[in-house]
Design a protein around this ligand. Structure first.
Ligand code: SF4
Length: 363
């Protein structure tokens, strides 16, 4: 049976919904927006979305683009595997679906980077299919509406919520209904201090009726975030060129470029770590000089402190005559000006900003 609050929710949504560039867009743009919005705020996504659609207006254009160009356009948006998956999926859509996004959630789920939530969101918003879309916001709204006493991180609770979401789907306007729930979670049923007196569906909310909205959803305390020290070398040859490396395509920051280095092992000195990583990943030897910059950066599940050192290139390890792509996808010697042509992660980008700042001071 459809949710008892559908009418109130849809009236509220239609009156106040935000005007976003992907509203009422074609399926390609709906898909693109849903991928960009994963773990990312709407205000951050808008300029990236606009630039991306200008550069790649169709699935075919995205499928045909070089991955480096796609990553460059994605630079700064984070979670770079999304960009890689987006392009892989575009190629599948072109080769298997003639360039048109499939409408069925089960087909969407087969595309790289599309999980249960994203499949439901695209199917309902772009195609009007009756599919639920439970993101973190909607889970919070449902946990409060139902005054759930179970931990929402537990898979049994998630299954129960998906079943409830399925049962509550309205007979029509499912796309608007799903977007309305997400927007209610963002704007009204906020994680802290939900605005219950202004909520259009408060009459249906069990947690509000019981005065327990601040206690819902129930969740176990997360484990403390791990922290790692990481080294990187600003390796210069005799002409002053810098050696940069491209990360393997699979894994964190896949396909992005970086100043080579790696994670410090237990009880290892920073300098020893850097020399070891350069031997293992590129088969090169360097003379490590002064510490150039220290940068802190947080990823979703861990934090790092990046220690970047000035280094002088001594040469490739015998029998090689040049660096080897052992633990990296590729490497290149570049000038400082050419760094802007490559896509880097946030921490390395901060090091590049420091390079530019020091250069300006010398002028
Ligand atoms: Fe959330 Fe309050 Fe509305 Fe319940 S009444 S759905 S807790 S904002």
């Amino acid at each position: 049976m459809a949710a008892p609050f559908v009418n109130e929710l849809l009236s509220w949504y239609r009156e106040q919904r935000a005007d976003l560039p992907w509203r009422d867009a074609d399926p390609y743009q709906v898909w693109l927006s849903e991928i960009m919005l994963q773990q990312t705020r709407v205000e951050t996504v808008i300029p990236y979305f606009t630039r991306f659609v200008q550069a790649y207006p169709t699935v075919e254009a995205l499928a045909a683009a070089p991955l480096d160009d796609v990553l460059k356009l994605w630079e700064g948006l984070g979670y770079y595997s999304r960009a890689q998956n987006l392009q892989r999926a575009a190629r599948i859509i072109v080769s298997e679906y003639g360039g048109a996004l499939p409408a069925a959630p089960e087909d969407l789920l087969k595309l790289p980077g599309v999980g249960r939530y994203t499949a439901g969101a695209i199917a309902s918003i772009a195609f009007g299919r009756a599919a639920p879309a439970l993101d973190g916001n909607v889970i919070r709204v449902f946990a409060r509406l139902l005054d759930l006493e179970e931990d929402i991180a537990a898979s049994s609770t998630r299954n129960r919520l998906w079943a409830q979401a399925e049962a509550w789907l309205p007979a029509s306007d499912v796309g608007d209904y799903n977007q309305a729930l997400m927007e209610l979670g963002q704007q009204v049923c906020r994680p802290q201090n939900p605005l219950c007196p202004a909520c259009p569906i408060s009459a249906h909310c069990r947690a509000f009726a019981a005065g327990r909205q601040a206690l819902r959803p129930l969740r176990t305390k997360p484990a403390p975030t791990p922290h790692y020290d990481v080294t990187a070398g600003l390796i210069r040859d005799a002409r002053g060129s810098l050696l940069i490396a491209q990360r393997p395509l699979d894994g964190l920051l896949g396909g992005l470029w970086e100043f080579p280095g790696g994670k410090v092992e237990q009880c290892e000195r920073l300098v020893d770590c850097l020399k070891r990583e350069l031997r293992e990943e590129l088969a090169i030897d360097v003379k490590v000089g002064a510490l150039f910059a220290v940068v802190d950066h947080a990823f979703t599940h861990f934090k790092i402190t990046l220690h970047a050192f000035d280094c002088r290139y001594l040469g490739a390890l015998p029998p090689h005559r040049e660096p080897q792509a052992l633990g990296v996808k590729d490497w290149a010697w570049v000038t400082e000006a050419q760094l802007a042509d490559y896509s880097f992660g946030k921490a390395d980008r901060l090091v590049i900003e420091e390079l530019a700042r020091r250069r300006e001071m010398l002028l």
